[in-house]
Design a protein around this ligand. Structure first.
Ligand SMILES: [Zn+2]
Length: 60
């Protein structure tokens, strides 16, 4: 892949951990009644369901 000189914000993926088949153990229910975090077996720490994604993403 070609290197780009500009350091713009990384393009957001179409999906986040919320849509990942690997996300599990959703927890920390927020004010809207929706869980905020999930565990990913590829990650050391829990992930934001709606913000994070990882290189092992698989559409659920
Ligand atoms: Zn993941």
């Amino acid at each position: 892949m070609a290197k780009k000189a500009t350091k713009s914000t990384a393009p957001r993926p179409e999906y986040t951990c919320k849509d990942c088949a690997h996300s599990e153990n959703w927890h920390n229910i927020g004010a809207d009644g929706q869980p905020i975090f999930c565990d990913c077996k590829f990650q050391k720490w829990c992930k934001f369901l709606k913000h994070d994604y990882c290189e092992h993403f698989t559409k659920r």
